[in-house]
Design a protein around this ligand. Structure first.
Ligand code: ZN
Length: 265
């Protein structure tokens, strides 16, 4: 897929870029409202307009009622599936909101408002391309940002997950035990983190209820020695051979503890 760049370097085109008829802006607004209600609101994507936006007002009145964040999104929608430079988005907003900040923090559309806007470092779906610094890329207005899906799953907890992919989302794609994120480079073993299905209780089958996502490092370090809770914390010994790694005095204490416990039973 060839991805077009829309930025300030195309000096001749800047005016064209910024010149979107208000009738078209209104149309895009209606499209955003429809998509939001139909596909996005259940995921916690944030609305960018006021509820009481009148339908029968003049174009001038309409545009004056739009929020800066919505103007940003409208501009990105006009250049759907293009890399759009943030300064151009800010220039568009400032056309209508004169005192708007020079830097409009467009990246917040994705990270805080959960629209499917990608920015620096994100991989573009279906393309071998990473969004360069300073650019934004709107994937779709009909899908929430994957971060919103992760947050929604976090809210409903791990019980809502139907497969390992969803279970990982419930953990924000992080190792339950040490918190390292999938896809990052792990400095402890120099591997790219790929989350694995770790047992909570190693003696039980690896069903989804008995699974936590763990990075290679944790999975290999803890082996089958321990039982974990759903938060990835050690709660009990599973394989007594780990006791042999303990110092002699600790082993003696364990024997004492165990014998005492048995006597009381
Ligand atoms: Zn880990």
């Amino acid at each position: 897929m060839d991805i077009k760049k829309v930025d300030l370097e195309d000096k001749d085109l800047i005016e064209d870029y910024l010149d979107i008829p208000i009738s078209e802006i209104r149309e895009v607004h209606n499209r955003l409202v429809f998509s939001y209600d139909a596909y996005l609101k259940d995921y916690g994507v944030k609305k960018l307009w006021r509820d009481e936006l009148p339908d029968d007002c003049s174009d001038e009145e309409f545009i004056s009622l739009l929020d800066a964040k919505e103007l940003q999104l409208i501009f990105l929608y006009k250049h759907l599936n293009c890399l759009v430079h943030k300064d151009l988005v800010s220039a568009f907003v400032r056309k209508y909101i004169k005192d708007a900040a020079l830097d409009q923090q467009v990246r917040h559309l994705g990270s805080q408002y959960f629209w499917y806007v990608l920015n620096k470092g994100a991989k573009i779906p279906n393309a071998d391309m990473i969004v360069p610094s300073g650019y934004n890329y709107l994937v779709s207005i009909e899908m929430p940002n994957p971060k919103a899906v992760a947050e929604a799953l976090k809210r409903t907890g791990r019980l809502a997950a139907r497969n390992f992919t969803e279970l990982k989302l419930a953990y924000a794609n992080k190792c339950a035990t040490c918190g390292i994120e999938e896809g990052k480079k792990d400095p402890r073993n120099e591997l790219i983190v790929s989350l694995q299905q770790g047992h909570m209780t190693p003696r039980k089958p690896l069903t989804l209820e008995n699974t936590i996502p763990q990075c290679q490092y944790c999975n290999q370090t803890y082996k089958d020695y321990f039982q974990f809770n759903e938060f990835g914390r050690v709660i009990a010994v599973n394989n007594p051979l780990i006791l042999l790694k303990s110092p002699k005095d600790v082993q003696d204490e364990m024997i004492t503890v165990l014998l005492k416990e048995r006597e009381n039973q």
